[in-house]
Ligand binder design. Structure first.
Ligand code: SF4
Ligand code: SF4
Length: 187
């Protein structure tokens, strides 16, 4: 994990980035004390290039572009482990989600394109069936990323344990769920 900028800097806070993020998701990152309770509890820091609070720090400092291109915003799975430990009750997953949306709108580099591809396939099956269909998600994801055999063993094990349904099933009212997608901008 690269942590190549100090938390304490001789810089003024830049309110513009914080205000933009707050307008998107209602989270005030300027409340962050950098106590690192969130980072201590996050189960995914090993796969992140920046600790979660350091992403907030970038926004505090007005270094929004760096926040939008880091891997952390994509690696975050919105598990909420961090926010329940935060003494300032900062909704960190909401901030990460807003930063993901901002990154897509900006159209720059996505640090974890495979994670974005996976998100899109999950959403595609929800739009079609009103729920996820894991086999279709994995097949389409594998085709898109051309990593055909990387999880084959795991997939076969899941099939053997009947953890995967080969055929998709639709929920009642799937059309209403599909309508949400047509009303909303797609990621
Ligand atoms: S736990 Fe909250 S206050 Fe502490 S560093 Fe994380 S976001 Fe900031
Ligand atoms: S919500 Fe994201 S940042 Fe927070 S603990 Fe979970 S993975 Fe880590």
């Amino acid at each position: 994990m690269s942590q190549d900028y100090p938390l304490r800097q001789d810089r003024n806070l830049n309110g513009n980035s914080s205000r933009r993020l707050s307008a998107r998701c209602g989270v005030n990152v300027n409340l962050c004390l950098h106590c690192q309770s969130c980072a201590s509890g996050c189960p995914f820091t090993g796969a992140m290039d920046l600790l979660p609070n350091r992403v907030l720090r970038l926004v505090q400092l007005g270094l929004e572009d760096q926040a939008l291109t880091c891997s952390t915003i994509w690696v975050c799975v919105s598990c909420n482990t961090c926010s329940i430990q935060c003494p300032m009750a900062i909704d960190i997953p909401a901030a990460m989600d807003a930063l993901r949306h901002a990154a897509l709108e900006k159209g720059g580099v996505v640090a974890e394109p495979d994670i974005l591809a996976f998100h899109r396939e999950v959403l595609r099956t929800i739009e079609k069936y009103g729920r996820t269909h894991k086999v279709e998600i994995m097949l389409r994801f594998k085709l898109k990323t051309r990593s055909y055999f990387s999880d084959l063993q795991k997939g076969l094990q899941m099939l053997a344990k009947r953890k995967l349904d080969l055929a998709p099933s639709r929920v009642n009212g799937a059309e209403e769920i599909a309508a949400i997608f047509s009303n909303d901008s797609k990621i």
